[in-house]
Ligand binder design. Structure first.
Ligand SMILES: Nc1ccn([C@@H]2O[C@H](COP(=O)(O)OP(=O)(O)OP(=O)(O)O)[C@@H](O)[C@H]2O)c(=O)n1
Ligand SMILES: C[C@](O)(CO)[C@H](O)COP(=O)(O)O
Length: 246
């Protein structure tokens, strides 16, 4: 059997509305480095990938100042209005070189704390899986169903969390399956917030690989300091990144 081939897609065309910063959140800095460069450098520590495709916003003026812009293994493309459009754009960008059976790993640029071990385990556990899957972490908080009342947000139920997992990234699917599933979701005007949702809509069953709960997505202002702390811990004691999760 041929050796498996892997590509990396890191969607970075968002504008970070919820971060409400002076620039898209992927260009905020942690200890002097763009969050984007931290994420890409941690992923590209692996020499697994043929190339890394980074969809950028059409108005992006920061990319040329990044470390990644000088990396020959990183190519950019134009992102789209939604995440799904950006990922599809990346898949189209490599359609002349990618084969249907190639593995595509999609990782949020806003998740800089992804651990080397989680990435290795995801690939190892899914490389022969018929569908692929994603890193996810079990929900550990009690989850309330709520509704906006005239006095505030009121509880209207409590969700059974025993079967609930937080979807993380990378998410790993085969090129042909992923491209077809995303195109179908776009055609059906389904708003999917991750790649696994599109694969599920196509009738397949992604596999969950349990990942570290500190693989956080930098979304709100408080997340940036949290990411800086986590990165400090991962760098200070790398062996902690190989300990059991949770
Ligand atoms: N049209 C879009 C929207 C999002 N993304 C990317 O998808 C990932 C997850 O999206 P999210 O965390 O929501 O980032 P933003 O869309 O930038 O944040 P917000 O929703 O607060 O604007 C990010 O890496 C973001 O750059 C993208 O490539 N193209
Ligand atoms: C892909 C993702 O990170 C999995 O949890 C999440 O769906 C991204 O959502 P966002 O609203 O685009 O940040």
């Amino acid at each position: 059997m041929n050796d498996p081939r892997f590509w990396l897609v890191v969607p970075a065309a968002g504008i970070g509305q919820r971060m409400n910063a002076g620039c898209p959140k992927q260009y905020l800095r942690i200890r002097g480095r763009f969050l984007l460069d931290i994420t890409l450098s941690r992923l590209l520590e692996h020499d697994l990938f043929i190339d890394c495709v980074v969809p950028l916003h059409s108005a992006d003026t920061w990319w040329s100042d990044t470390e990644a812009s000088h990396n020959a293994r990183v190519i950019t493309c134009r992102g789209g209005g939604e995440r799904i459009d950006s990922v599809l754009s990346a898949l189209v960008t490599i359609e002349d070189r990618a084969q249907a059976g190639d593995w595509i790993l999609v990782h949020d640029v806003a998740r800089p704390c992804v651990s080397h071990d989680d990435l290795t385990r995801l690939v190892t556990e899914l490389v022969e899986h018929p569908v692929g899957g994603l890193l996810a972490a079990p929900v550990t908080d009690t989850l309330k169903v709520a509704e906006m009342g005239d006095q505030g947000v009121d509880v209207c139920g409590t969700q059974d969390r025993s079967r609930l997992w937080r979807a993380l990234t990378p998410q790993m699917f085969r090129y042909g399956d992923l491209k077809q599933a995303l195109e179908q979701a776009v055609e059906n005007q389904c708003v999917v917030t991750d790649e696994a949702s599109a694969i599920e809509m196509a009738g397949a069953t992604p596999r969950i690989v349990e990942g570290r709960p500190d693989n956080i997505k930098v979304t709100l202002p408080a997340d940036l300091a949290m990411a800086e702390f986590i990165l400090g811990q991962l760098e200070a004691c790398p062996q902690a990144a190989t300990e059991e999760r949770g």
